[in-house]
Structure formats: structure tokens, C-alpha cells
Ligand binder design. Structure first.
Ligand code: A2P
Length: 291
């Protein structure tokens, strides 16, 4: 049997020597343990983690639901999308942060999940937003738009981030102020998280500089991060010099236009080189999930 298909949740295995729960009806099914709605367009949820599933903070998996039966054949197929894992690699639960698209094939249904429901989680994590794809440096930048914050919610709780870097800068650009709440609350919670302060090191969160901006609603800082970097305003606000290949490393996760614009800025203005798992370098890019 392929050990990657063992679907025993870690928590059950740890606490109950003879699990009495029914075998899940779906292939690769996982039970939802928490759902939080952040805005009418955004929600997050957690599922139990399969005991055998190992991943690197920043990676994504395919998750989804079963489609309705095909009217002709009666066959039922899974409907899956790539989702960044928003929880760190050591956590016993797996967290996801999602957009709600009213006519989106998956998220129009996924947004209605409740605690105790089952979703499909294919246990094959992959991705480029991992520490292995970057060479050592002094400062790491995480650049996100919208739900592109998810892999950084994982990496901000990953000990390696603080072992490898002296400074951690997270920028998050959203249309409206309410879309920043998930990220802001997560970063705020790091300060009082006893487990993280013990695991990563007391006061680890002092290395973080958080730079949220909005583009279509008034907030403390308005504008696209790309424009704020080009004008130099972002660097002045943060009190750091522009990115350079000696000291700076970066991970990008946002919409396609944002990813391309930042990649161009990095390569042609700051002289950074794109890395990969097979060839670590200065920065890595991944598209945020949209449905
Ligand atoms: P804007 O409102 O100016 O389009 P979306 O919800 O469309 O994915 O966008 C999320 C955020 O990313 C918005 O604040 C949007 O700004 C911003 N954004 C979109 N494209 C770019 C880009 N090419 N560079 C920087 N920010 C961008």
C-alpha cells in the first residue's frame, strides 16, 4: 500500500489507539475542523492532517470536492484546485485561505463547508516557495496580493525562516482594507503564541516588518507595492535599502500581472536571479489560486 494514501488524522492516531470512526467515503477525504469567514469574498478553514503527509512550509496541495454525478454516465469525478498550505510544516492541522467566487466551479461550493464536512486532499505537496529554492541572505521579502498571503502564513510560522534570515519583510496589497484582516491578525497572534516563541525562539516576531497596502479603499498606506517600490517610498517607510543580490531574497505570490511585474523589476532593476528547487538563487514566484 502506498503510505501516502494512509488517511489517518494525526490527532486521532495520537489520542485513540483503536479508532472507532467510519472509514471516509471520499478518496483522500479529510474532515474540516474549523471554518472562519473574513469578508464576503474570503474565508479560511482547517482540516485534520493525514499522519503520513509531510510537506515543506510554502508548498501547495490539490484540494476539492466531488462533482455532481455526470447526467449521462452517472460517474462522479473530483473537482480539484491547487491551494497553498497556510499552516506550517510542523502543525497537526492543515490550514487553507480561499477566495469565494460566486460562480467559481469549486469555491462557489467550498465556501459553504462546515465543521465535520469532508473535503478531498491529495497528499502530494509541491511548490517553489520553499527555503530550499533560495540561497542564504540577510533579509527575506514575502510579496503577496489577496489570497497570495497563504504560503507566507505558513512560512511566517516556520522556524527555518528565522534561522536563515535576520529580517523578514511581508508586504500585502489588497483592494480593500477588510481583505488585510486575516494576515494582520495572523502576524499579531505571533507575538503571544507561546508555542511558537518556544519552538522558534523568544521574541522571534521582532524580525518581522509588516507592510500592508490597499488600492481601492482608504487605509494607512495606499498604492500597489510595485509603484511604492519604484518611487522608493516603500524602502523609506521600511527603513531598508532597495533589494540587492548580496543581501536580499524574495518570494512572490499573487495574481499573474503582479507576479510578472515584480519578476521584471527584480531581474531588470535589482539584478536578482530567479531560483528553483533544482537551482537555488535569489527569488521565487508562484501564482495565487483564483477560481
Ligand atoms: P488594483 O486595485 O490597482 O488592481 P486582484 O483582487 O485583482 O487579484 O488584486 C489584488 C491586489 O493586487 C489589488 O490591490 C490590485 O491593485 C493589486 N494588483 C493587481 N495587479 C497588480 C500589478 N501588476 N502590480 C501590483 N499590484 C497589482
Amino acid at each position: 500500500m502506498d503510505p501516502m494514501n494512509e488517511m489517518t488524522p494525526v490527532t486521532e492516531a495520537a489520542t485513540d489507539p483503536k479508532p472507532a470512526k467510519a472509514v471516509p467515503a471520499l478518496p483522500d477525504a479529510q474532515t474540516v475542523t474549523e471554518v472562519k469567514h473574513w469578508t464576503d469574498r474570503l474565508f479560511s478553514f482547517k482540516v485534520a492532517r493525514p499522519a503520513s503527509l509531510r510537506f515543506r512550509s510554502g508548498e501547495f496541495v490539490m484540494i476539492g470536492l466531488m462533482n455532481d454525478p455526470d447526467p449521462k454516465t452517472g460517474k462522479v469525478k473530483p473537482l480539484l484546485r491547487a491551494y497553498s498550505i497556510a499552516s506550517p510544516s510542523w502543525d497537526e492541522e492543515m490550514e487553507f485561505y480561499s477566495i469565494k467566487v460566486q460562480d467559481g466551479p469549486l469555491t462557489s461550493r467550498l465556501q459553504h463547508i462546515k465543521v465535520g464536512d469532508e473535503i478531498i486532499l491529495r497528499p502530494k505537496p509541491v511548490g517553489t516557495l520553499v527555503h530550499d529554492a533560495l540561497i542564504p541572505g540577510k533579509r527575506i521579502w514575502f510579496f503577496a496580493t489577496g489570497t497570495g498571503f497563504a504560503p507566507f502564513a505558513s512560512l511566517l510560522r516556520e522556524p527555518e525562516t528565522y534561522e536563515k534570515f535576520d529580517e523578514v519583510i511581508i508586504t500585502h496589497t489588497c483592494r480593500e482594507a477588510g481583505e488585510l484582516t486575516y494576515g494582520r491578525e495572523l502576524i499579531e497572534s505571533l507575538k503571544t503564541d507561546e508555542l511558537l516563541n518556544e519552538v522558534i525562539g523568544e521574541g522571534f516576531w521582532k524580525k518581522i516588518k509588516y507592510y500592508p497596502t490597499t488600492t481601492r479603499e482608504e487605509s494607512a498606506k495606499m498604492g500597489r507595492i510595485t509603484d511604492l517600490m519604484r518611487s522608493g517610498e516603500a524602502f523609506a517607510d521600511l527603513g531598508v535599502p532597495p533589494l540587492n543580490p548580496e543581501s536580499d531574497r524574495a518570494m512572490i505570490c499573487g495574481n499573474l500581472a503582479f507576479n510578472l511585474e515584480l519578476k521584471d523589476l527584480f531581474e531588470n532593476t535589482y539584478g536578482l536571479e530567479e531560483g528553483a528547487n533544482s537551482k537555488p538563487a535569489h527569488f521565487v514566484v508562484e501564482k495565487a489560486f483564483l477560481d
